[in-house]
Design a protein around this ligand. Structure first.
Ligand SMILES: CC(C)(COP(=O)(O)OP(=O)(O)OC[C@H]1O[C@@H](n2cnc3c(N)ncnc32)[C@H](O)[C@@H]1OP(=O)(O)O)[C@@H](O)C(=O)NCCC(=O)NCCS
Length: 195
């Protein structure tokens, strides 16, 4: 059964996240609550064109064409609409200079079971575990009971990240080839479903 009321994210965002290697202050924000910054779309495009991110997430869909700043702006518009309509929830991870380092999202408002995704610029390796743990806390506070992810089976960095964040493998009924499935069950945060 799908729980249909919109999730309510009341947790303390933006969250300040010190980088575990450098101590630099990163921060995790709801994408719709960041002040306007004309450079943000260019920053997103720069990270999404890095080989690690581009090859995993965009090369096939874009048929080898670069990820353009216009697409990044469309992503930001889609992110804002998701928060406004309560349909999907994008978070941006900023570095100490307030430039985009990465992004995470919860792809639906299905509190019973929602897919997550994420990407991170290579210069920031080490901060995504904290960011994902913060996302999990925010999701739990919003009433989500289960999160899941489906990295490519050979995406060892993504699989290791999920395992560090407490996700465990599972086998869905309708699994895709070359895909690993991971889930994390969240304890009931006490939020009432009658609101
Ligand atoms: C998946 C992805 C976000 C993982 O990023 P990542 O940089 O490997 O993850 P983290 O930022 O958590 O950093 C991991 C490293 O930091 C270490 N680390 C993380 N938190 C730490 C902490 N608190 N203390 C010490 N070390 C820590 C980990 O042990 C790991 O070390 P290693 O690289 O030597 O093994 C990144 O590879 C990526 O963007 N890939 C392309 C997009 C993609 O595949 N998305 C997923 C689709 S399902």
């Amino acid at each position: 059964m799908t729980t249909s009321f919109p999730p309510h994210f009341a947790s303390a965002l933006p969250a300040l996240l010190p980088h575990p290697f450098t101590g630099q202050p990163y921060s995790l924000h709801r994408a719709d609550q960041l002040p306007a910054a004309p450079a943000r779309a260019r920053e997103i495009a720069a990270v999404c064109n890095e080989p690690l991110v581009y090859d995993r997430l965009f090369r096939a869909r874009r048929q080898g064409q670069p990820y353009a700043a216009e697409e990044a702006q469309a992503f930001l518009d889609w992110a804002a609409a998701g928060w406004q309509e309560g349909t999907h929830f994008v978070f941006l991870l900023l570095d100490a200079d307030h430039h985009v380092a990465g992004a995470l999202d919860i792809k639906s408002a299905d509190l019973n079971s929602a897919e997550i995704g994420y990407w991170l610029g290579g210069a920031h390796r080490g901060i995504m575990t904290s960011a994902l743990n913060t996302l999990i806390d925010a999701a739990q506070g919003a009433g989500f009971q289960r999160l899941w992810a489906r990295p490519d089976a050979d995406n060892t960095r993504s699989v290791a990240l999920l395992e560090r964040a407490g996700f465990t493998p599972y086998c869905p009924l309708d699994d895709l080839p070359n895909t690993a499935y991971f889930e994390r069950l969240l304890e009931d945060s006490g939020r009432s479903s009658s609101r």
